[in-house]
Write a protein that binds this ligand. Structure first.
Ligand code: ATP
Ligand code: MG
Length: 463
């Protein structure tokens, strides 16, 4: 079964790879060592055999002399217990003339030879003794031939190789244990910050989104993750705060018309009244209910624009003709205030006609509401290669700088009670902003106290 802990998994994986690596390296080292020892044994045998060959050919004139005066040959291998020198005559079958050295008197196989080349023979006894034998036919001074066998007992080489294998077998598990344990410890230590992530995640709730990850001292990969999590928490925090603010505002907005309606109904019912008075109260209640109904439909529209369920059905729109249509709708209310509406310039944008009409009409209704009687409201259109622009400008009291950053928030009004009296819900500009972001554009405002106020709808050309 795969371990579930990452540190354990990494430790095991590193150990397995390390085991393979150590195994390959140990095998290579064993092969190289064994080859080197073989080569050295062959060289040593060769050298010694050449010396013996020289002594035989130069110093001993016949087979009889070889048997009678072996001390010359004994000197050659004295002090070398690993060597055994055997000399055989040329008769068939060959007869052993002499045997000197470590394995003196021991039966050795007699190799077949043509007498011209030097040859080697590897022998392994049933007890596991390894012997390397070099043999050569040597011609004595009197013309007789003898077969010289020089064997080297490889016990010291075998012991060396065995010692190497033993130490490897002991060292490899130790190395693996160290490497695996080290990898586990390192990963365990390096993943410590993840426990801080878990801690923060456990503390975060909709009621408390203030917790943040500590970024200092984290490795790069985790630092990016911590930044992303902090950014996500920050966004969630501000969204949740907005939502809380929105429900507060909504309750507040609904409370006054509800109280009004209830108050009016209770006062009217407190005693008998003539029918005309009931009619008057019902008319005023209807007005209040209409405002409430308008607010609910504005909110529903805002919700649908903020979280659209279907993609925008966009088309190329002639902003001038849309501006003219909306202006036409507002011509009566403008006339009532003695105001004139002018349209200048041309522009085209991509978007959904009804939404764009709604954005223009929200701006125009504000301009007419806040512009002084007899003034002019100007709709200016312009376009560049990258943008289309529709600006709505009115004169009047203007908006103080401190209100400008919040003017597009839901239910935000500069003069709350006055705006409510005039029937405003405080949602008009929030709707404009949502419509513009749906069109990948934006809305801006420029205003100052007692100066002109300009709202601009900016559409990107590529949308
Ligand atoms: N052209 C303008 N001149 C001065 N103040 C403005 C102008 N347009 C908007 N405002 C201020 O911004 C506030 C928010 O406007 P918004 O259109 O969102 O709400 P509203 O007009 O009060 O309500 P609704 O649009 O739902 O009728 C207004 O109450 C008003 O104080
Ligand atoms: Mg408005």
């Amino acid at each position: 079964m795969r371990p579930t802990r990452l540190s354990m998994r990494l430790g095991l994986t590193v150990s397995i790879f390390c085991a393979l690596l150590v195994l390959i390296m140990a095998t290579l080292a064993y092969a190289t060592l064994s080859r080197q020892l073989d080569a050295r044994a062959v060289d040593a045998l060769n050298e010694k055999l050449s010396q013996i060959e020289h002594s035989l050919a130069e110093g001993l004139s016949s087979v009889a002399e070889v048997v009678l005066h072996p001390h010359n040959l004994r000197d050659q291998i004295i002090g070398h217990d690993d060597y055994t020198l055997t000399i055989l005559d040329s008769s068939s079958p060959r007869r052993q003339l002499l045997s000197l050295g470590g394995d003196e008197g021991k039966e050795l196989p007699i190799p077949e030879t043509d007498g011209r080349s030097k040859d080697f023979l590897h022998l392994t006894s049933p007890e596991g003794q390894e012997t390397l034998m070099a043999y050569r036919v040597v011609r004595l001074l009197n013309g007789q031939h003898v077969l010289v066998l020089l064997s080297l007992d490889r016990k010291s080489d075998v012991a060396l190789l065995n010692a190497y294998v033993k130490s490897s077998l002991f060292a490899v598990p130790l190395i693996l244990l160290l490497v695996g344990g080290g990898a586990w410890w390192f990963v365990h230590r390096e993943l410590k910050p993840l426990r801080a992530f878990r801690k923060v995640a456990a503390m975060v709730s909709a009621r408390d989104l203030s917790h943040r990850m500590k970024v200092d001292g984290l490795p790069d990969e985790l630092r990016d993750l911590a930044h992303a999590i902090n950014f996500m928490l920050h966004r969630l925090d501000s969204d949740v705060q907005q939502l809380a603010q929105f429900s507060d505002d909504l309750a507040h907005e609904l409370r006054s018309p509800m109280n009004n309606l209830m108050g009016k109904a209770q006062v009217t019912l407190s005693r008998e009244r003539p029918p005309s008075e009931y009619k008057q109260v019902l008319e005023s209640c209807t007005e209040e209910l209409e405002r409430l109904s308008r607010m609910v439909s504005q909110m529903l529209f805002l919700a649908s624009v903020s979280q659209p369920s279907v993609p925008l059905a966009t088309e190329s729109i002639d902003l001038r003709s849309e501006a003219e249509k909306v202006t036409e709708l507002f011509s009566h209310s403008a006339e009532d205030k003695g105001m004139s509406l002018v349209i200048r310039g041309y522009a085209h944008a991509h978007g959904e006609t009804l939404m764009i009409q709604r954005a223009i009409s929200n701006l125009l209704s504000n301009a007419i509401r806040h512009g002084p009687a007899g003034s002019t409201v100007a709709l200016e259109l312009a376009e560049s290669r990258t943008e289309a622009l529709l600006a709505v400008r009115n004169t009047g009291e203007g908006i103080a700088a401190e209100h400008l950053p919040r003017i597009f928030d839901r239910f935000y009004r500069v003069h709350p009670s006055r705006s409510r009296q005039q029937g405003g819900t405080g949602l008009g500009l929030a709707i404009v902003r949502s419509i513009m972001s749906l069109h990948e554009g934006h809305v801006t405002v420029e205003s100052e106290l007692d100066g002109p106020t300009t709202f601009k709808l900016i559409f990107p050309k590529s949308a």
